[in-house]
Structure formats: structure tokens, C-alpha cells
Design a protein around this ligand. Structure first.
Ligand code: BGP
Length: 475
């Protein structure tokens, strides 16, 4: 196969609340993801107001990356990674959000992680909000409902941006805030991950979710402003988690439904790339009795801080129809697609959906795009000899990489990197399980907290090494 563009950023993506553990070490404050239980494919994770025994594993220990980062990064380097996307957990830097001074131990820790990456020539890509909000910000400031939270977040971004100046060039403001559209069916758990609130805890969910979505969008754009101000070389993007939606039939009503679902994910990208909060959204809110407070200052922020790139998280596609029979429903509530297979967790595997979205984003915004997450959660078996055979993972990744190559070659998409999700097994965000594994590296940890924590190379490890070495030529 034709090789990928020069300097293509091959690598992986992880989030600290899913791998670090050490949840109260070195002055870290309690984060919203420290208060959730483990779930399963059928049972959503539960949120607690206080710490309970069943919240303790896996998130509080996770894979102990806080202490093992050196060894783990050495393994990423062995695979030939050119880039690693990590997050910086807000609650390690400002444990309460409004602390007078940042927590130095937190800053020093992340600087060491980044120095380790740089020693191996791995480009750090830093996400500033990956569901990692101090619980105190929810309790004392009502999360994103308050504008003070926007200011606190921007101060956190500035602190980190200044501390890591000249070390980090690629920044991601937020991960998947697009699941915050109050006008469509939302997942309660995604709302919690973004805001620390479940639906039940909100007085007027539609209104409050609209305000929070707006404030997060504004916070993202202010973060772009601050990071460009700190260093004009900084490249700042935002990550969106998109699903490709297909109409069930050629009934025009099904097509309208599919388009509606697709557009659901775009209002914040429109805001961040088009220089204004979209008029269609303001009108839609107004028609539903929702009034946003948009100041003159906000208008300026929108006008002057376009993103430098778009990050795309992609896992699956969905089929929708104007009316759905519940028996036909797939994992995400859409319909099962008879042309596709699904993962052990019911996510429909569809590389063409990735090409569809890449082309779509590229034509809408004409910005460089990086795949910031893509992968398959599966049950892996550790054999007695320490090997793990995961041909399903290789097949999934290979098919998606081919789709990206087609998007670059045939649709002229400017895609500058591929960061596979979860290059090392970590705690699943939606279910809290360890057994839903994504990695090239197996971690001997189980859902009940047992296991040695030892790392093993799966078959896909050597495969990805060859992919990177050949710049995609072996695909
Ligand atoms: C994305 C999140 C990640 C990650 C991934 C896989 O939405 O950004 O944090 O976890 O999904 O999902 P899961 O871990 O639930 O399988």
C-alpha cells in the first residue's frame, strides 16, 4: 500500500483518569470520575456523592500509570510511536478549581511525563479536559452552569500552558463535548462525564445543559486564545467523538432523520471553526424557551480564535429511521446494520464510516484533522506462555487505517496523524471495566482489582511496530 504522508504522527491516546490511579496522591483533589462505580455492557456506571467501597476499583488504582509511566512510555517508544496523546487532570493542578496557587507537585509530575516522551522523540499532545473536573467545582460553582467555571478553567489552561511552554506544541482543549446537545437524546453518563451532574440532579435539564454546552464551547475558545498568546507556535485543536449515521431505507424521512443525527454533533464544531456561535442553534434554543447570555466580549472570542485542527474520535456507525422498533435497536439505540459486524460490546465495526466522516469534516471546515481515538474494546486471553493473540484487533485497525489512506489519497483530506485509543489496556470510560481491553500492551489487572499489573506485548504490538516502521507501507 502507498505510504502515509511524511511526518505522519503515528501513536496512541490515553486519558489520565482511566490509567493513572493514585487518585489522591501528591495533592490531587477528588475528580468527578473518582465517584463512579464499575458498570458493564448492560449496566451503566453509577454516580455517588460520596466515596463508597465499590467505587474503589478500578478507577482509583487503574493501571498505576502515575507510577509506571517511564516503563510504559518505553514500550510505546519500542513500537516506534511518534506521538502520544495524554490528558492533564485538572484536579491534580487545582484540586478545588479555585485554589490560590497551583499544586506544584501536579505540575512537576506532568512535566516529568512530558520530558520522558521528549527523550524518546515522542510528540506530546495534551488534552486539557478529558472528563477530569474537580468535584469541588461542581459542588461550589454548579459546574459549567457558572461563568466562574469558565474563568477557572482558563486559569488552569494558562498555568499549564506557561509551565510546559517550549515542551508541548499540540494542545486539545476538550474531549467529546459534542455529547452535550440538550435538544437531542443524551446519554446520562456522558452528561455526567462532562459536567459532574446526572439528569436527575438538574432542575431544568434542557436549559442548564444548553448553558453548560455554551460555556464549554466558550471555555474551549478562550483556551485557544490563551495558548496562542503564550506561544504563537502552539497548535490548538478540540476533539469530537463522531458517529456516522445512515438512513435505514431510501424513504426521504429516514434520510432526514440521519442528517438530523449527524448535525446534532456539529454545533460546537461550527462555533469553533466558523467565527460565531451558530444562529440556527440560537434560534432553536429560543423556540424552546432557552435564552443564552452571549456578551459582546463572547462574540469577539468566537470571531478571533478559530481552531488550528480538528481531532476526531471514531469507533462505530449507526443506522437510524424515522420510527424505530425497539427490538431492532443496537447498542447505541439506533438500528443494527445487516452489513456490519459488531464488537463484543455491540459497537458496529465500520471503516467506511470513518472515511465518510473525514471527508465530511474536511469539506465543511478545511482544517487539518488528526484521528485522536480509534480502536476496538475486546476480551483478550493471556496464554500460559505470556502471549496474547488478538487478530480481531489487527483486523479492525488495519481496515480503519486503509480507510484513512483512501480519505487522504482519494478525498484529499489533510489527515496528519493516527492516535489509536488505549495503546495500553486501561479502564473503560463508559463501563469502568478492565476486561474491555483496547491495548497493544496487556495489563494483568482484573475487574475485581486482582492481578499483578505486569505488562505483556500482544500480537498487535509487533504488527503496529511494523506499520509505523513502514509508514503504513505494509498495510
Ligand atoms: C471515548 C472516550 C475515551 C474512551 C473511549 C472508549 O468516548 O473519549 O475516554 O474511553 O471512548 O470508550 P470505552 O472506554 O467506554 O470503551
Amino acid at each position: 500500500m502507498k505510504v502515509f504522508p511524511d511526518n505522519f504522527l503515528w501513536g496512541g491516546s490515553i486519558a489520565m483518569h482511566q490509567c493513572e490511579g493514585a487518585y489522591l496522591e501528591d495533592g490531587k483533589g477528588l475528580g468527578i470520575m473518582d465517584l463512579v462505580t464499575k458498570g458493564s455492557v448492560n449496566t451503566p456506571r453509577m454516580m455517588h456523592q460520596t466515596l463508597q467501597a465499590d467505587t474503589i476499583y478500578p478507577s482509583h488504582e487503574a493501571i498505576d500509570f502515575y507510577h509506571t509511566y517511564k516503563e510504559d512510555i518505553a514500550l510505546f517508544a519500542k513500537m516506534g510511536f511518534k506521538a502520544l496523546r495524554i490528558s492533564i487532570d485538572w484536579s491534580r493542578i487545582y484540586p478545588n478549581g479555585d485554589d490560590k496557587e497551583p499544586n506544584k507537585l501536579g505540575l512537576v509530575h506532568y512535566e516529568k511525563v512530558i520530558d520522558t516522551l521528549l527523550e524518546y522523540g515522542i510528540e506530546p499532545i495534551v488534552t486539557l479536559f478529558h472528563f477530569e473536573m474537580p468535584v469541588a467545582v461542581v459542588k461550589n460553582y454548579h459546574s459549567w452552569i457558572s461563568r466562574e467555571t469558565v474563568d477557572m478553567f482558563v486559569r488552569f489552561v494558562e498555568t499549564v500552558g506557561l509551565h510546559l511552554k517550549n515542551k508541548v506544541k499540540y494542545w486539545v482543549t476538550f474531549n467529546e463535548m459534542n455529547h452535550m446537545d440538550p435538544m437531542s437524546e443524551l446519554s446520562d453518563f456522558f452528561t455526567y462525564m462532562n459536567t459532574g451532574y446526572t439528569f436527575k440532579q438538574l432542575e431544568d435539564p434542557k436549559n442548564e445543559l444548553a448553558i453548560m454546552g455554551y460555556h464549554m464551547t466558550l471555555a474551549s475558545m478562550k483556551a485557544v486564545e490563551v495558548l496562542h498568546h503564550i506561544d504563537e507556535q502552539n497548535q490548538v485543536g478540540c476533539v469530537f467523538g463522531l458517529t456516522a449515521f445512515y438512513p435505514k431505507t431510501c424513504n426521504p424521512k429516514d434520510n432526514l432523520e440521519a442528517q438530523k443525527m449527524q448535525y446534532r454533533d456539529y454545533y460546537q464544531i461550527d462555533a469553533m471553526c466558523n467565527g460565531a456561535f451558530p444562529t440556527y442553534k440560537i434560534k432553536e434554543y429560543k423556540a424552546n424557551g432557552i435564552q443564552l447570555e452571549i456578551t459582546d466580549e463572547d462574540h469577539k472570542v468566537f470571531a478571533n480564535n478559530r481552531l488550528d485542527f480538528i481531532g476526531l474520535n471514531y469507533y462505530a456507525s449507526e443506522v437510524v429511521a424515522s420510527s424505530i422498533d425497539e427490538n431492532e435497536a443496537s447498542f447505541f439505540g439506533g438500528l443494527k446494520n445487516p452489513y456490519l459486524k459488531e464488537s463484543d460490546w455491540g459497537w458496529q465495526i465500520d471503516p467506511d464510516g470513518l472515511r465518510f466522516l473525514l471527508d465530511n469534516l474536511s469539506r465543511r471546515y478545511e482544517l487539518p484533522i488528526i484521528i485522536t481515538e480509534n480502536g476496538i474494546g475486546a476480551v483478550d486471553v493471556l496464554e500460559n506462555d505470556g502471549s496474547i493473540h488478538d487478530p480481531y484487533r489487527i483486523a479492525y485497525l488495519e481496515a480503519h487505517l486503509k480507510a484513512i489512506q483512501e480519505a487522504i489519497e482519494e478525498d484529499y483530506v489533510d489527515c496528519f496523524g493516527y492516535l489509536m485509543w488505549g495503546p495500553i489496556d486501561l479502564v473503560s470510560a463508559t463501563t469502568g471495566e478492565m476486561k474491555k481491553r483496547y491495548g497493544f500492551i496487556y495489563v494483568d489487572k482484573n475487574d475485581d482489582g486482582t492481578g499483578t499489573g505486569k505488562r505483556y506485548e500482544k500480537d498487535s504490538f509487533a504488527w503496529y511496530q511494523k506499520v509505523i516502521e513502514s509508514n503504513g507501507g505494509i498495510l
